[in-house]
Design a binder for this molecule. Sequence first.
Ligand SMILES: NC(=O)C1=CN([C@@H]2O[C@H](COP(=O)(O)OP(=O)(O)OC[C@H]3O[C@@H](n4cnc5c(N)ncnc54)[C@H](OP(=O)(O)O)[C@@H]3O)[C@@H](O)[C@H]2O)[C@@H](O)CC1
Ligand SMILES: [K+]
Length: 539
Amino acid sequence: MRTAHRVTDVVDAETPLLAAGVPLMERASFALALAVASDLRARRGRVVGARIGVLVGGGNNGGDALIAAAHLARRGAAVEIVGVGRAMHEAGAARARAAGARFLDADQDAGELAGRLAGCAALLDGITGIGASSGLRGRALEVVTALRGAMASRPRGERPWVVAVDVPSGVGVDDGALPEGVLPADRTVTMGTAKPALLLPPAEVAAGEVTTVALGLDLTGASHAVVRLEAGDLAEEWAVPGPADHKYTRGVLGIAAGSDTYPGAAVLATSAAVRAGAGMVRYAGPDAAAAQVLTRHPEVVRGLGEADQVGRVQAWLLGSGVGAGDTERLAWLERTLTHAVERGIPVVADAGALAVLPERLPATVLLTPHAGELAGLLAARDPRAGWDRARVEALPVRALRRAVDLTGATVLLKGATTLVAGPSGPVHSQAEATPWLGTAGAGDVLAGLAGMVLASRAGDLTGAGADPELTARLGAVAASVHGRAARRAAGVEGAAGVEASRTRRAPAGGSVGGPITALDVAEALPSVIRDLLDGTLGG
Ligand SMILES: NC(=O)C1=CN([C@@H]2O[C@H](COP(=O)(O)OP(=O)(O)OC[C@H]3O[C@@H](n4cnc5c(N)ncnc54)[C@H](OP(=O)(O)O)[C@@H]3O)[C@@H](O)[C@H]2O)[C@@H](O)CC1
Ligand SMILES: [K+]
């Protein structure tokens, strides 16, 4: 599990150590210099003679960069420092100067400065860290903007290796905002613990590879702001049947997905649920879609009539492939959702069901909007706040939290990185998806998979002493398994392939994979789940 902590928690943990004289900045800057030296050695064989540009702001983030610059200069690098703040960490600057680093004229033309920096082997971004709010301004913004331009005009292989100090300067450290004028890093060396922006869209793309420096901060009392589940965490949450289990104890999922207009959603959602190991699926939908479901999956049972006539289910998936004009179906979804909520049955509410939500919902209802649907939900409930799709994409965590506050439900926001949060607990951020997954029907597969995961853990979700944060965690499990199945179906291989498929950079080994259909993703589920439980799936 990867985790990140809020700025206030980091500051609270630092304060007693600093008061006790623990040399946190020494530790931070030494580890930073080591990381830069090791990257330089890997990329060009040596540190000696390498030209390293250092962008320095007025606070302690600049202090980290300056002391690291001193270490690198001592190791023979040609270090060039540019101050872009109103002040400069004095002790750090003195050490860098004493070690032989050069201070460039900070007032020279930004374009000329940028041209010089763009030719460096490495750049350190030490302008701002956790002490600044989102968005660079003034001279810092001017220099970084010119630098971005200068770097973009060079071939990729001739751009400097960028290392961000603690966070890429200017990101929204707690909310993951990515304003104009952030220098994208190849690596971020973060101090004490990862910061939320390093795991949250859209800022995470500017972080590159994240290295966490252990500073000895005591964060045991602080809650996680962001959690990213890894393979071992998924395996722990996955319900594995025991000898006494049968189809009813493994979880019966009711699926009300698909319509005469979108019958494929029924097939995709049921395929995902069946392939992911549902004890039983009851399909409650129109005859034509049901015929297609049964042709493909004869093990699916039909559920006819109202919710109380369908037969017992442990969880529902409602709404995938039901359009806004399908009034009769929407009315049925609304009645079924109310029925499920009254009985404490977990629900995945997708697509059409998002249009018929009651005012308040329990946390065991998992809403699965994409950015456009989330914008619609927020615009309806919070009309004066001006939510639209672009704002949701720019501030996804804020949008997600707002939707949770307004509904009481757990919300899963689908995207290249999927976010899940409930009324309590962290934001889960799962980034396993490959861009190949951006294909019609992928959301129906996720919905069916998420419904199956809730059904398989229904007892834990609703019983006495149930963990109120479990729905969000299981939503994150589904998102991660969905992304991993997509990678497998697409043939994305190795860490380089995964990285390349996310960033579209040329891979150094591995494979970026190729096109997939939504059904391919559902069909890859059994092998991915098997490997997950065998412990052979990395990441
Ligand atoms: N405490 C410690 O010992 C440890 C601290 N550590 C390190 O310290 C960092 C936190 O340092 P911090 O608290 O000094 O704040 P910091 O991130 O440098 O930002 C403040 C500066 O930013 C500037 N600035 C602000 N807004 C701006 C804007 N929009 N655009 C441009 N500039 C802007 C502002 O300048 P001013 O507004 O005054 O001109 C001010 O000078 C932390 O991230 C970690 O790296 C670690 O080494 C562990 C030990
Ligand atoms: K920084």
